[in-house]
Design a protein around this ligand. Sequence first.
Ligand code: NAD
Length: 296
Amino acid sequence: MSARTIDGKAFAATVREKVSRHVARIKSEVGLTPGLAVVLVGEDPASQVYVRSKGRQTREAGMNSFEHKLDADASEAALLSIIEKLNNDPAVHGILVQLPLPGHINEDLVINSIDPSKDVDGFHISNVGLLGTGQKCMVPCTPLGCLMMLRDHHGSLSGLNAVVIGRSNIVGKPMAQLLLKDSCTVTIAHSRTGDLPDVVSDADIVVAAVGRPQIVKGDWIGKGATVIDVGINRVERNGKTALVGDVDFESASKVAGAITPVPGGVGPMTIACLLANTATACCRANGIAEPESLTA
Ligand code: NAD
């Protein structure tokens, strides 16, 4: 048996298309243009690439993109002051502070200074609490993208056994909350989990968010399971750098029912969901009906 490869690139294109259509509707019906502000501190090359890509895709979806760049040695107070201005700017519906921040800046303090209704990353403590209690909130982009792909593949997720490997605040924990909200039976595995292969073997859905290249092997996976690989790991191969996931794609795709590749799986969905969250935030701030398929 060979698994269906879930094409995240194509799926993300359909999400962006839906966002563009919704943005056009918001513009024509209420004369508003959703706006996303991205704040970057320092010159981390990977962060600069992400920020450029976010700006380009935001504009392509018909939304306004605002970029704020600060030097690596900018003070925490300077960053908080920018966030306060963005919180009070009616043209800005979403605010994203690119992480990680330099060590002298308190990340929690910064994230929790963002207006929760503009927190398109879904990391503000209010949104974390709302998600944990199953209420309407801004949902973190990467788990939202995984959920959209799972819903698309399975239809209903109700009653399925899901194992999330990884318990980070950014991926693992919100992913588990979303699956629970969709009535899965959820297990969260992590670095101290005893027999990980045994835990994984019972799952109908496996979400791997570990950050260890190809740690999840094909013989761990139950026959026909759906495997979502969040991991992005750089490895050296034949003198070149290659990107691999947390799942050993070759062996896993022989047993799984469906699987996301790396690259081209979860990665493209993350920015698509950021755009979706910005459109959703704009709708909520202005009492406009939001498109259900773009939220959790
Ligand atoms: P993290 O380092 O914050 O968390 C990793 C988690 O994995 C931890 O909870 C830890 O307990 C668990 N873990 C570590 N070693 C383990 C082991 N041997 N067995 C079982 N569990 C183990 O990482 P993160 O921010 O959650 O990211 C995880 C991966 O997802 C990384 O590769 C990251 O680059 C990737 N990522 C991708 C996207 C995307 O857009 N596709 C977004 C965010 C993160």
